[in-house]
Design a protein around this ligand. Structure first.
Ligand SMILES: [Zn+2]
Length: 95
């Protein structure tokens, strides 16, 4: 669900789980063009406010950052190779 919500309409959506004051939203996006969309997190499914191109809430993004920083260089290379393999499996190898 993608809705562009103006300031005055924001209160209508405060009842939705995860929106407003939960830490899932990205208040630093609000002043930008398209910065106040109601998005749904691909990781935890919570609704959050932020730029229309965001697909992960702030809490999950922070968790992802912590996980990435906890990896060694070797583990990061293995993960990147694994993701590349998955992309090739889905979309086929790049010719
Ligand atoms: Zn999330």
């Amino acid at each position: 669900m993608k809705l562009n919500i103006e300031n005055e309409d924001l209160t209508k959506f405060r009842g939705l789980a995860g929106v407003s004051g939960s830490g899932h939203s990205w208040p630093e996006d609000y002043a930008d063009d398209n910065g106040k969309y109601l998005n749904q997190c691909l990781t935890c499914n919570t609704h959050f406010m932020g730029h229309k191109r965001r697909n992960v809430c702030k809490l999950c993004d922070t968790e992802n950052q912590r996980w990435w920083e906890s990896l060694s260089d070797e583990e990061r290379k293995e993960h990147i190779a694994s993701v590349a393999g998955e992309v090739n499996r889905i979309f086929g190898p790049n010719d």
